[in-house]
Design a protein around this ligand. Structure first.
Ligand SMILES: NC(=O)c1ccc[n+]([C@@H]2O[C@H](COP(=O)([O-])OP(=O)(O)OC[C@H]3O[C@@H](n4cnc5c(N)ncnc54)[C@H](OP(=O)(O)O)[C@@H]3O)[C@@H](O)[C@H]2O)c1
Length: 253
């Protein structure tokens, strides 16, 4: 039996990873603030899968405690997905100290705390795999998303350090950076840009996809395939990387 903790896994990319790993036979510990409906859906799709929901904000220390206690009940941990929904979209000039601190807590402190607390279980299991979901904008910062640009870069560099320090113990740590993946978040995003510019969401979608060499959004299942690979023992020699899954989007390095 292999056990995985997946945070931010009730919809979008996280849910697609959960679906893929349930099909692969993992025992899943699924976290989000409201994961119950997603867990019921997964359970109905893969009736043989063992799936436990741990509801809670990733930023809360209690969520870490409950996730680790749940994995301890299974006696091992093989894979850890670090994900959450993303910070508010705001120009730099409108972000006050409190907002920086709040976002730093959920985007940097919380995933690193969960990784740190998972280490004894990984060691007990003889190694492990960790993936954090970041964004293509880490490579090429976009305007209006300073919280994301700055704090995801901090997390990715901390995880590169973790990969260097934990490699000798067989713990492989990577980030996966989505390009434009068609999830609920992107649909909301298109709607808000459309409203602001007085055009339709379809116009925004067309403008976006014109800039992607594959000329379309990625699907959650496509990026989940890459993440599930990196989280599995099939990944034997990739660590410390940030993999762009972006349809070939051309970004400045
Ligand atoms: N989709 C894209 O094209 C794209 C592009 C670049 C980067 N990204 C990044 O990739 C990540 C996943 O994107 P997505 O499109 O799959 O997002 P999404 O559809 O909004 O899903 C986010 C997931 O995180 C959970 N979540 C949100 N806040 C949380 C919190 N404080 N604690 C625990 N769970 C939390 C949500 O469930 P609950 O509401 O139940 O908590 C949900 O399961 C995000 O960080 C996003 O910014 C996405």
């Amino acid at each position: 039996m292999s056990v995985a903790i997946l945070t931010g896994a009730s919809q979008g990319i996280g849910f697609a990873v959960a679906r893929r790993m349930a099909q692969e036979g993992y025992t899943l510990i699924i976290n989000s603030r409201t994961p119950e409906r997603a867990v019921a859906l997964l359970q109905s799709e893969v009736p043989t899968a063992q799936i436990v929901a741990v509801a809670g904000d990733l930023a809360a220390e209690m969520t870490t405690t409950r996730l680790i206690e749940t994995a301890q009940q299974f006696g091992r941990l093989d894979a850890l997905l670090l994900n959450y929904g993303g910070p508010p979209v705001k120009p730099l000039a409108e972000i006050d100290d409190e907002e920086w601190r709040r976002s730093f807590d959920v985007m940097v402190v919380a995933p690193l705390r969960l990784l740190r607390c998972a280490l004894p279980l990984f060691r007990q299991s003889g190694g492990g795999r960790v993936v954090a979901i970041s964004s293509f904008t880490v490579k090429s910062p976009h305007p209006g998303i300073a919280l994301s640009n700055a704090l995801r870069a901090a997390l990715v560099n901390a995880l590169k350090t973790a990969a260097l320090e934990l490699g000798p113990e067989g713990i492989l740590v990577n980030a996966v950076a989505p390009g434009y993946i068609l999830t609920e978040r992107i649909q909301d995003w298109n709607q808000s840009y459309a409203a602001r510019e007085g055009v339709s969401p379809a116009d925004i979608a067309q403008r976006t996809t014109t800039g992607i060499p594959l000329r379309r959004y990625g699907t959650p299942a496509e990026i989940a395939e890459a993440i599930a690979f990196l989280l599995s023992p099939r990944n034997g020699y990739i660590t410390g990387q940030q993999l762009l899954v972006d349809g070939g989007l051309i970004v400045a390095a």
